[in-house]
Structure formats: structure tokens, C-alpha cells
Design a protein around this ligand. Structure first.
Ligand code: SF4
Length: 338
């Protein structure tokens, strides 16, 4: 993938300081309680045409909530999103369909995202009629066949009348991708698109997505817990922990020279046959929830934590080029050494 600094053009989707808070209610021994859970806190990034951007983090880090907000399944509690430079008006009736024509979400589980009582033909015909305004049956048939060929389900006649349960996991995900393409999007949000597929077919689906990005000039956000795949697949990688971006930059830099302790742990815990270091216990990677306070959110688990880390969170510290990490270890040492 290209270095993001070499990719020209303004962002298609600009996410600025977006946050999401949920109200959590419960009761215990006749006492009811209510508190706020901050799932996403001040997240900013851009998606550009022809570029793959990875959003990496463990379960509960908030990355799927980001995808749900960008696909308008949730309304942000703060911040804003621009699409083609225009402010997206969340929570306001109207405009949602036009937005979703530009921004499509591919879900993790292709079986759940396809209707089991309808054929492949049905799933692809509907968006072609509604969004591409194809009217004649002949045009629709041609459109469905072209989509199936584009996602390498060939010959189309072999798949067009199949129901989801008659397809393999990889084939179902290719149908889900074809359905997203049928709308004609400019931005695709792929939420763990291969994590439910057999390892043997994951690479084929990732290569297909990369090919579509190149051929259609899509802006693709690849959401994953697998930082190793981000290195090979995405130009830019953002690492998320406990609702915040904690490191970001060109994928090669972030994965080869990780600067935030959490990114380092994430990489060490990912399978890599070429690495002989000990694997980090998963408990060290668990995401902190609840009352987080003002300090660094990784502080309770960080092997390098200092007193300062509990008092205030580090701002973004530039590492080089567009690479940054939010960690006090990277802060410049004051001239007096204090
Ligand atoms: Fe660890 Fe402190 Fe850096 Fe947070 S700011 S990651 S606690 S060293």
C-alpha cells in the first residue's frame, strides 16, 4: 500500500473529536443506579479515496462503536463528521439514505447480515433498483451478474439463486460485499470482515477488498483486532484503547516501531512464527472500563507507569512524519531535566 503522505486529495470522510457516551442502568438490593460509560472519547481521523485505513483494538476498545456511528446506527454524543467536506447532521430526519448511499458497512458475520429466506439475487436486486434506479429486468440481471463477477463468484449463474445456507462463509461474505457495492458507495467500513472466516480463506477476501479499493477508488476502513493483518493490508493504522486513539501512523511504522506500550503488547500477543519472544497474557490487554479518571487509561496495566501517568493523560507526541503516540515516555525531557 502507498504511504499515506503520498496519497493525494482531500479526505472523503473526516471524523473530528467524535465521542459516544452510553447511559448504563442497574439495580441492586432495591437500589437503582445509573452511570455513564464513555465508549468513544475524542476520536479523530480521515479516510481518503483509494486508501485503506486500519482501526485496531481489542474487544471493548470502542472500534465497532466508531463504525456504528459512521454508519449512522448510533448518534455521536460529541464531535462531528464531514462527508465530502459537508457536515453530517446526525439525529436529524432526512439525509440518511443519501448518506448511506455513500457510506456502507460490511458486518463481521455474513450469515447474520444476509436474510436466510432470500436468495443472492434478491439481496443484490434490491439495492440496484433502489439506489442505482435500474428499472428493466434485463438491466437488473446484468447488474447482479456484474456484481457477482466483481467479487469473484463466477460463473454468476452458479450462485445467483442460492440461499445463504447453501454458500460457504467466504462466499457469503463476498455476497455481503457485493450488496454493499450495489449501492455505489465511496466509503466502506469493514468491521472485522474476515474474523469469522476460516483462516484459509481470509487472505482471499482481504485481497478482494484491496482490489476493490484500487479499482473503485474506495476509502476503506478496516476494523480489526489483528494488528498483524493491518500491517500488510492498510496504509495507515490507528490503535484504539478504551475509547481513545493511542497511536497512529503509517502501518509499517506503527507495526515495526510501535511506541506506545499498549501497541507493543498488542503486537507481542499476535501470532508471529518469526518471533521468539514470550506471549503476553491476555489479561494484560484487557480494556479498562468504567470510571477512568483523568490519567492515562493504560496506566493500571502499563509496566512503565510513572506518577505523572495517573495524574494526566499524555497528549499526542510526534514520533516522526505522521506517526504519533500518546505516552509520556515520548515527551521531550525539559532542559532542566525536571
Ligand atoms: Fe504507560 Fe504512562 Fe505511557 Fe500511559 S503514559 S502508556 S501509563 S508510560
Amino acid at each position: 500500500m502507498d504511504n499515506p503522505q503520498e496519497v493525494a486529495g482531500p479526505p472523503l470522510l473526516d471524523v473530528v473529536n467524535v465521542s459516544k457516551r452510553f447511559v448504563v442502568r442497574g439495580s441492586r438490593q432495591s437500589v437503582t443506579w445509573r452511570r455513564h460509560l464513555t465508549a468513544v472519547d475524542g476520536v479523530s481521523f480521515s479516510l481518503r479515496a483509494g486508501e485503506i485505513t486500519a482501526l485496531v483494538g481489542e474487544s471493548g476498545s470502542g472500534k465497532s462503536t466508531v463504525a456504528r456511528m459512521l454508519s449512522r446506527l448510533e448518534t455521536p454524543s460529541g464531535g462531528y463528521v464531514n462527508l465530502h467536506g459537508e457536515r453530517v447532521r446526525f439525529g436529524v430526519p432526512g439525509g440518511r439514505r443519501a448518506y448511506l448511499r455513500q457510506v456502507q458497512l460490511i458486518f463481521q458475520d455474513p450469515f447474520a447480515s444476509l436474510n436466510p429466506v432470500h436468495t443472492v439475487r434478491y439481496h443484490l436486486e434490491r439495492p440496484l433498483r433502489v439506489h442505482q434506479h435500474l428499472r428493466s429486468q434485463q438491466d437488473v440481471e446484468r447488474g447482479v451478474a456484474a456484481l457477482l463477477e466483481e467479487v469473484h463468484l463466477t460463473p454468476p449463474s452458479r450462485f445467483i439463486d442460492c440461499y445463504p445456507h447453501q454458500l460457504s462463509g467466504g462466499q457469503r461474505q463476498r455476497v455481503a460485499i457485493a450488496r454493499a457495492l450495489a449501492v455505489g458507495p465511496k466509503v466502506v467500513l469493514a468491521d472485522e470482515p474476515v474474523s469469522m472466516l476460516d483462516v484459509s480463506i481470509r487472505l482471499g477476501v482481504l485481497n478482494l477488498l484491496a482490489q476493490l479499493v484500487e479499482e473503485r477508488g474506495l476509502a476503506l476502513m478496516y476494523i480489526t483486532h489483528d494488528i498483524a493483518s493491518a500491517r500488510y493490508f492498510a496504509a495507515t493504522t490507528h490503535v484504539m484503547y478504551s475509547g481513545q486513539l493511542i497511536e497512529s501512523g503509517p502501518s509499517e511504522d506503527v507495526t515495526q516501531s510501535p511506541r506506545h506500550p499498549y501497541t507493543q503488547l498488542l503486537l507481542e500477543s499476535s501470532p508471529d512464527p518469526t518471533r521468539s519472544r514470550k506471549r503476553i497474557p491476555l489479561s494484560a490487554l484487557e480494556v479498562a472500563h468504567g470510571n477512568i479518571g483523568t490519567g492515562c487509561r493504560f496506566q493500571p496495566r502499563c509496566p512503565y507507569a510513572m506518577p505523572r501517568c495517573a495524574e494526566e493523560a499524555s497528549p499526542r507526541q510526534a514520533v516522526g512524519g505522521t506517526h504519533w503516540a500518546a505516552c509520556w515516555l515520548l515527551a521531550p525531557v525539559p532542559a532542566d531535566g525536571q
